[in-house]
Design a protein around this ligand. Structure first.
Ligand code: F6R
Length: 378
């Protein structure tokens, strides 16, 4: 049993849980991976491999941070398996004709497994004839029990209202699920799977050095304590991470923040950028991936234009980058990783930044006002 008052020497649950992410990832990934066979084993998925082979679309429904994980999963699945993925807000699912058809499944993502909007969306999907797979951090939760198949995240009990370690574990499970689909559908060969599994297994080890940015993030929080608005931005798979960074800041610090796709800022929000609106931009780069390099170069051009407008820029980049520190006001450098796995590292400085802003504002970071851990009302 977890003692909810036990903070293991940390001042708050949120920072304890941020630091528990390497272990949460190991517990979630290791039991499901065989490097020898280059295989992913998802025993509780309970959807026959033949049904997964004939799938034509995957629908993901979730709320809040869990939905951001779903958006990251959308990029992973589409990139690795070439299968269309739709992501919905659980609270909106029943209001649109989601046109669930045969040969589709619905993946429901939830930390608590009890969120009312997500439960309703799951029931709606089932009523429309869709099989459901739950990704839940709580064993035997309502959503897990009602699903046809289940993929648990083993992040450990999350006490702080802001979801941190469940989010990184959800992204890891979605990567495993993508590899599993690639395996059963014959889309990913053994060598490719082995390579991707090795990279995934390295992520918990890379989180330890990523967490070393905590001191730098505390200084950043000190510097930006008095600002009331922030713009977080990212392109592609990094966009949902920007959304989550903004959500963390809003909920624990009561500071207004928006997450935006970087390229979209020129269609409006650019007008806002000046010295009063700090920009946090995800500008990591996987040098081995041409798409990632193109995205990075566009980010560099964006940072230059924000600076010309007098903007203040906090850039999150990859180790070895000598360009970003010359352009941005502040640069946090993270270990290098493949494009599809970078989000798991990138969220760390954003979580820590939000944590310190809340603490330095004297707020109850583990229990922000008006929020509850399990949202059991619609
Ligand atoms: C944000 C946060 C919420 C939850 C959302 C869904 O930090 O914690 O946005 O992610 O309420 O909750 P679950 O994942 O329990 O369904």
């Amino acid at each position: 049993m977890v003692d909810p008052s036990d903070k293991a020497g940390f001042p708050h649950h949120m920072i304890k849980e941020i630091f528990e992410q390497p272990q949460g990832l190991r517990d979630t990934i290791l039991p499901r991976v065989s490097l020898e066979e280059a295989a992913v084993k998802l025993e509780d998925i309970r959807i026959p491999a033949d049904d997964l082979r004939t799938l034509r679309r995957i629908n993901i429904v979730a709320s809040g941070t869990s939905r951001h994980a779903g958006m990251v999963g959308q990029y992973m699945i589409q990139e690795l398996v070439n299968l269309p993925v739709e992501v919905d807000y659980a609270s909106e699912f029943e209001y649109r004709n989601s046109l669930l058809g045969p040969d589709e499944i619905t993946v429901v993502i939830t930390q608590s497994g009890e969120t009312a909007d997500t439960t309703s969306a799951q029931r709606e999907a089932k009523a429309r004839g869709s099989h459901t797979i739950a990704i839940s951090n709580v064993v035997d939760s309502t959503i897990a029990r009602e699903a046809d198949g289940v993929l648990y995240t083993y992040a450990g009990k999350e006490v702080s209202i802001a979801s941190t370690k469940a989010f990184t574990a959800q992204m890891a499970v979605l990567f495993l699920f993508s590899l599993y689909l690639g395996q059963v559908r014959g889309k990913l060969g053994k060598d490719q799977r082995r390579h991707l599994l090795r990279e995934l297994l390295e992520i918990p080890n890379k989180l330890d050095p990523a967490l070393e940015c905590a001191e730098q993030c505390e200084h950043l929080a000190e510097t930006y304590l008095k600002f009331d608005d922030f713009l977080f931005m990212g392109r592609g798979i990094h966009y949902p991470v920007a959304m989550d960074g903004a959500l963390k800041l809003k909920e624990v610090s009561y500071v207004h923040a928006e997450g935006y796709p970087t390229g979209e800022t020129k269609h409006g929000p650019l007008a806002l950028i000046d010295e009063h609106l700090p920009v946090v931009i995800l500008a990591t780069c996987d040098r081995g991936d041409p798409g990632s390099v193109i995205r990075y170069e566009k980010n560099v051009a964006n940072i230059k234009s924000f600076k010309q407008q007098g903007g203040r820029v906090i850039a999150i980049g990859s180790e070895g980058d000598a360009v970003l520190p010359k352009l941005a006001d502040h640069t946090v450098l993270l270990p290098q990783a493949p494009e599809l796995l970078l989000p798991i590292l990138e969220i760390v400085p954003l979580q820590i930044f939000a944590y310190y802003i809340a603490v330095k504002r004297g707020l109850d970071v583990d229990r922000p006002r008006n929020l509850v851990k399990s949202v059991t009302l619609e």
